[in-house]
Structures are given as C-alpha cells and as structure tokens.
Design a protein. Structure first.
Length: 147
C-alpha cells in the first residue's frame, strides 16, 4: 500500500511539473507589443544586412541579401537589399511596429533601396541617420582596382 501511495504522489508531482512547463512555453509564445523601432541597415559592397530592433536595442528580426537566396555578385544589388528588407519587415509586423528610425551604415548599393522598401511596406519613417564610421587617418584603404 505504501508503494502505491508513493507512486501516486510521484505521478501527481509529474503532472504539476508538466503544467508548469506548458505555462512557461505559452508565456514565451506571447509577442510583446512594440510601437517604435530602429532599423539598422548595414550596406557593404558585398552584402546588405537589415536588423530591426526595439528602442532598447533588443533584436526583433533580421535578414540579409545572402540569406534571401542571392549568391555572388547578385548579393550586392539593390534588388537583393529590397527583398531582404521585405522579409525582415514581414516578421516585424507581428510585433505591431508602426514607426521606425533608420540608421544606415556603409557605402553599399543597397542603402537607398532598403529605406524605400521600409517606407513602401507601410512603416512611418521618423528619422534617417548615417552612422558610417569615418577613420581619422586609421588603416590604409585597399588599393584601387585596375581593370
């Protein structure tokens, strides 16, 4: 009889643990509502990376030209940056983001097309900031190409 009672106690404890785990999982699935966000666009000569964060800097979604299916020289085109921005903005819409501040870094060809795409998708762009790092005579730049 004692063994039967112990088994029943263990089963009830296991059920309670399962319920607690399920409630924790459900809490994770709930998306927080974010109205304002920051779109970080890193446009290099070879790729374009778009990351959308909340005001605190926590990443909501990100996408790249290379991750969107483009390889080689097509990765560095404005169209590839447009597709990456569309993919990123679709996943951010779930959070309820309406207003975006845009921070652009780098001289790449995907700069303008990414900003235009954010506006076309339906975000209200509040501010555009260029945060490209400018050296104060730091590293020697790469040599000019002779084609």
């Amino acid at each position: 009889m004692l063994e039967l009672e112990k088994v029943r106690e263990n089963l009830s404890k296991n059920d309670q643990l399962k319920k607690m785990k399920n409630s924790i999982r459900n809490k994770r699935k709930i998306r927080k509502q974010v109205l304002d966000g920051i779109a970080h666009i890193h446009a290099s000569f070879n790729n374009t990376i778009v990351t959308i964060t909340d005001r605190k800097g926590n990443t909501l979604a990100w996408a790249t030209s290379g991750g969107s299916g483009f390889r080689g020289s097509r990765k560095s085109t404005p169209f590839a940056a447009q597709i990456a921005t569309e993919r990123c903005s679709e996943s951010v819409k779930e959070y309820g983001v309406k207003n975006l501040e845009v921070m652009v870094k780098g001289p790449g060809p995907g700069r303008e097309s990414a900003i235009r795409t954010l506006h076309a998708v339906g975000f209200q762009i509040t501010n555009i900031i260029d945060v490209t790092p400018i050296p104060h005579n730091g590293c020697r730049p790469p040599k000019k190409r002779r084609v």
